[in-house]
Write a protein that binds this ligand. Sequence first.
Ligand SMILES: C[S@@+](CC[C@H](N)C(=O)[O-])C[C@H]1O[C@@H](n2cnc3c(N)ncnc32)[C@H](O)[C@@H]1O
Length: 166
Amino acid sequence: MSRLDSFIRRLEAQRACLNQAARLIATVPGPILEFGLGNGRTYDHLRAIMADREIWVFERTIAPHPDCMPPEDRLILGDFRDTVDDALQRIGTTAAFAHLDVGSGFVQETRALAAFLAPRVDRLMSEGGLVASDQPLSAPGWDPVPIKGVEPRRYHLYRVTRRARR
Ligand SMILES: C[S@@+](CC[C@H](N)C(=O)[O-])C[C@H]1O[C@@H](n2cnc3c(N)ncnc32)[C@H](O)[C@@H]1O
């Protein structure tokens, strides 16, 4: 498969995952969390398909397409490692959906970041909420959800369950 094919498949998988998540969280209360604004493509898509939700964006370098700039009061600016632990206090309520699109070209660094984030994102989530990710994630009580039409491991979706474990 060419790198172009691979890139297109990744984006198709990402879109399918976000669209499926939008349907699945219909009855779960709470805002949306976007980790990794980048160019703002997935933020823009989330705005379109989850139009009735607040979207909080975590990012250290704000440089999206000009049409995809989040409102200042929904931006959590800085390194995820410095911002995620205090985020619940700032947001004020647990989230229905989190999307982690945090990958860089550095595989080990990205995996370490994903491992750092998973238990902390867990603390930000409502019971029954969903977490989507470009990286595989693992946290107690997170059940993998198959993404329709997407090969396993191309993108990742988890249902957050068993709040009683806290
Ligand atoms: C793959 S890009 C996100 C692409 C974006 N979702 C889109 O659709 O345009 C990953 C983003 O995560 C951000 N990022 C990576 N590691 C980070 C960290 N430790 N703290 C804050 N932001 C980080 C990068 O600055 C980058 O903008």
